[in-house]
Design a protein around this ligand. Structure first.
Ligand code: GLY
Length: 412
């Protein structure tokens, strides 16, 4: 017989989803003729330095910082090309909204915006291929699989593996800057595509590259306190570490919050895919770092850097919080002591994000779901704006929460 549990009030999920579906659809309609994807809203400088458009136009990073919006662009939705590192998040959000609501219009849009990314299968100029293709095609493959989707994922995974260096035992992140062989913690997120490619193809090469990358990252990128560096630069001569830096954080020795989020999520997915406990243990250590930190705010929506100079009057990053919430829901379902602690942290983050402080009203905020994210303060780009990846991980976390609750009630 089953224990009667007090029923949680999930009305905030339902209410949030109706508005989210409307927001995503309005955007889909408004930009459908542009062949572009929604990324943010324009408030000042654009952080374009990861965008292929720039490479194609032979613009440099410095040029991109000068690419200020004109007065009529300010406050308007910022679109990006399919080669932007964030291009997969909007199609992915449509997939999650479809999955959560069963609304077929959302599915039609999800297919349309996912197909837009088809040329990315031939692209080799970034490590962000995992973000781009796994969030779009990866969700399509989960919810409406077909052979073309699988082919795109395998080809893209092949191209991602082309960036792997045997003597460094890791995948190269950036092709720009003065680094020798930079690997950023964000790259952990791209490994999910490699694990998927092994499942789809039966070829274990992708899996082995992913495992090698996470092993080297765990060894070199993490500090004894459980936090991680943003950038580790390796020597292409002998594979040694040249330096440990930040690009988007406050300081080389600080803990950039989204970097901590990418690490926690990435380690958790590596545990899921391999069953190797050491990844989960490292993820839990990183979680403890974040939640026991003196600068963790009451609402659990982290400051953009855990060591940001103006706390408590500094910017929050809802994207870091949303990504961590999603990872925490997953952690709460695996074999850990006191799993309810992780679920409670995630619930608290989600309730904060779903509150009017962070959750935008329909028709505002460029119809992005969440407000108050930070792209890169050192580059003066995308500060206190919506970001498509915050919305993506918010919806993914909602979906994971729904699954957990449904499973719980079925268990009865
Ligand atoms: N992957 C780039 C960022 O997190 O801003």
């Amino acid at each position: 017989s089953c224990q009667t549990q007090p029923k949680e009030d999930y009305s905030w999920i339902k209410k949030g989803l109706d508005a989210a579906s409307a927001q995503l659809q309005l955007t889909a309609e408004e930009i459908s003729s542009t062949n572009m994807l929604p990324r943010s809203i324009r408030t000042g400088y654009d952080m374009n330095f990861l965008c292929r458009q720039l490479e194609r136009d032979s613009l440099t990073f410095k040029d991109s910082l000068r690419a200020q919006p004109t007065a009529d662009q300010l406050g308007k939705r910022r679109l990006c090309s399919v080669y932007d590192w964030t291009s997969g998040f909007y199609p992915g959000s449509l997939w999650y909204a479809y999955e959560l609501t069963g609304n077929d219009t959302l599915k039609t849009w999800a297919i349309q915006y996912t197909n837009l990314l088809n040329p990315v299968r031939y692209y080799t100029g970034t490590h962000d291929l995992g973000f781009m293709v796994n969030c779009s095609y990866g969700n399509a493959e989960r919810l409406a699989p077909n052979d073309t989707i699988a082919a795109v994922m395998k080809e893209t995974a092949d191209n991602l593996c082309g960036r792997f260096n045997d003597s460094i035992a890791a995948i190269r992140s950036w092709d720009f800057g003065t680094w020798n062989f930079p690997v950023i913690i964000d790259n952990m997120m791209n490994l999910e595509l490699l694990f998927a490619a092994t499942r789809l193809s039966g070829d274990s090469t992708f899996y082995k590259v992913a495992v090698s990358h996470v092993d080297r990252t765990m060894k070199e990128q993490y500090r004894p306190d459980g936090s991680c560096y943003h950038v580790v630069d390796y020597s292409m001569k002998d594979g040694s570490v040249r330096n440990r830096h930040t690009a988007q954080g406050y300081a080389h020795e600080s803990a950039w919050s989204r970097g901590q989020a990418w690490g926690i999520y990435g380690l958790t997915l590596c545990y899921r895919e391999t069953g190797d406990r050491k990844y989960l243990d490292q993820a839990l250590k990183a979680v403890r770092f974040m939640f026991n930190h003196k600068n963790t705010p009451e609402d659990l929506v982290f400051y953009w850097d855990m060591d940001a100079p103006n706390i408590p009057n500094d910017y929050r990053d809802a994207s870091a919080a949303a990504c961590i919430a999603s990872a925490l829901y997953e952690i709460s379902t695996v074999d850990v002591p006191e799993p309810q602690t992780y679920k409670a942290y995630a619930d608290r983050i989600m309730e904060s994000l779903a509150s009017p402080t962070y959750r935008a009203e329909l028709g505002t905020n460029g119809n992005f779901l969440l407000m108050h994210c930070v792209g890169s303060i050192p580059h003066n780009g995308e500060i206190d704006v919506p970001l498509n990846y915050a919305d993506y991980y918010f919806l993914e976390a909602l979906k994971r929460k729904r699954d957990i609750e449904q499973k719980g009630s079925k268990g009865c």
